[in-house]
Ligand binder design. Structure first.
Ligand code: MRU
Length: 345
């Protein structure tokens, strides 16, 4: 299984990222030793996916401390640089969460911060495994079939986390139990995380799948070709409203109409109890060019302007289950405004 993000000590403390902008054509790694390079990698989506961003945030603080030592930064400069990491992308709460997990330890020195950051990574790995088991159990009990057909959106696998993945982790767990018939992987416009990354992981794992355009998903569900949709999350509000890659909410609406479960899988680090509902989630707007061009070639008229929200919010009443490593809540059946407090970090 590929590692999206890793801390390597030699020849000097480094964050090693697989460059996800180049996959699946090229497997190339970026060795990050400066805040500038890390912030660019995050903005460009060389490292991406909420839990991997959490790891990047925590390891990024450790790396910034090493850079501060090399370049003799004062405290103000260090704080500014840590803020730049935290703010590199706005929607996935895990990035700020990862930074905040270790930032308060800065006064105790670089070794303490580095160990705490490595623990953030290790805890995410454990969470992936736990929630994958919970999710597979829940789905098999609910769907009542020996083999299930799954629709998923974006990439939630090893590339998006520190281990086997969240929604993808459940798919992998189901596959290992002999319980996957077919995975419909949405291509996930505009940056094609589904076609480029999820299909790459599914291929490596030998999991039967097809890639479909995002616009096909709701029809595939309504035609009865899918038993369950499983997606990840970038931020889950206290009431269960969940932000994920744009296009997710269309799956949720189709699942409700078809009467099949719609599952959100995420570690508890993705839950943000300070955000009371989806209305308060800051949705990242990305460059128009991602929509108006394909492979660097302009597809829309020169005069056209784009609209490129990277995420959407699925209202909690459309979500059958939110699966975390701390247990499962079923928002569609409850209206508690602090529902997620039960499983939050
Ligand atoms: O813009 P991205 O590629 O970072 O978006 C990622 C997603 O939307 C994922 O589904 C989400 O972060 C969950 S990853 C386990």
């Amino acid at each position: 299984m590929v590692l999206a993000i890793e801390w390597v000590e030699l020849p000097q403390p480094t964050i090693r990222l697989i460059d996800q902008t180049l996959l699946p054509a090229e497997e190339k790694y970026i060795d990050v030793r400066t805040v500038d390079v890390l912030v660019k990698a995050i903005k460009d989506l060389a490292v991406r996916g909420a839990p991997a961003l959490g790891a990047a945030g925590a390891l990024g603080v450790a790396m910034a401390l090493y850079q501060a030592q090399r370049e003799s930064w004062d405290d103000t400069r260090l704080e500014t640089e840590i803020d730049r990491i935290r703010d590199a992308r706005p929607t996935a709460i895990n990035l700020a969460w990862g930074v905040n997990q270790v930032r308060h330890l800065v006064g105790q020195g670089v070794e303490v911060v580095t160990e705490a950051a490595k623990k953030v990574v290790a805890d995410d790995t454990t969470a992936n495994k736990e929630l994958s088991r919970f999710g597979a159990d829940w789905i098999l009990a609910k769907v009542g079939k020996e083999k299930v057909r799954v629709n998923t959106h974006c990439n939630t696998g090893a590339l998006a986390t520190t281990a086997q993945g969240t929604a993808y982790g459940i798919i992998r767990e189901l596959f290992e139990r002999g319980a996957i018939e077919m995975v419909y992987a949405d291509e996930t416009r505009p940056l094609l995380q589904g076609a480029r990354l999820t299909s790459w992981e599914l291929t490596q794992d030998g999991i039967p799948h097809v890639v479909q355009v995002d616009g096909a998903a709701s029809s595939t569900i309504l035609r009865g070709l899918v038993d369950v949709a499983i997606i990840g999350a970038d931020r889950i509000a206290a009431n269960g409203d969940s932000a994920n890659k744009v296009g997710s909410v269309a799956l949720a609406l189709a699942c409700q109409r078809a009467g099949i479960p719609f599952i959100v899988a995420a570690p508890s680090s993705t839950i943000d109890l300070d955000t009371s509902s989806g209305e308060d989630i800051n949705i990242e707007l990305r460059d128009d060019a991602e929509v108006l061009e394909l492979g660097g070639q302009r597809t829309a008229p020169r005069e056209a302007k784009g609209y490129n929200p990277a995420f959407d919010v699925t209202p909690h009443d459309l979500i059958s289950a939110i699966v975390t490593e701390r247990g499962i809540v079923e928002p569609a059946h409850e209206s508690d405004p602090r529902l997620l407090a039960r499983v939050a970090d």
